[in-house]
Ligand binder design. Sequence first.
Ligand code: HEC
Length: 192
Amino acid sequence: MSHNEQDKDKLLDHEYDGIRELDNHMPRWWILGFYFTIAFSVVYIIYYHFAGGPSSAQEYEAEMAAAPKRTTPETDTTGGSGITLLTDAESLKAGEALYIAQACIGCHKPDLGGSVGPNLTDDYWIHGCKPEEVAASIKSGFPEKGMTPYGNNQPLSAEKMQQLVSYIFSKKGSKPVGAKPIDPAREKLCKS
Ligand code: HEC
């Protein structure tokens, strides 16, 4: 059979202004794909509209709730702590006031250069340099070395702790004159 004869079999009866139509069947893969979309839409409507499937708003809420757990060190400005370092003058002033009022100055000096306690302005730390580790040091204290636990015995709210830690971090790299030397046996290089 020539091509023209094949086409003749498919030729439909009607004719519009000399234009005629061939009855070409859709390919099988296309038909199956089409039936699949119909079946999918039925399942979709039943699941999302009647069977309690989550709405877009609920999916959004769930993703937002899960987001903090997914943050990586690169994107997380809180150092993984939940403590966001404050940089505004008012908060840092409040932090400084706490640093003085909580008697930190007695052992870490007013310029944070350290005396009984270590220098808090350098990149060498004994108990960790991340904001949450510094907060943990302040909370637990080191009673065996003379540093009382602040925030346990003496209440220090989360907000005050944030201000105090932010103040300490704001002094980083300030290189106070006469700072206590690094104890290489205990203080390790740690950058947050
Ligand atoms: C009585 C002295 C004393 C006072 C008061 C004191 N500290 Fe300390 N602090 C120390 C000593 C000593 C260490 C070192 C502990 C060690 O050797 O393990 C230390 C360690 C620290 C560390 C950990 C440093 C590191 O290298 O990991 C931080 C942070 C800190 N102090 C903050 C404070 C703050 C903030 C206050 C006030 C709320 C305060 N300290 C009050 C004596 C003191």
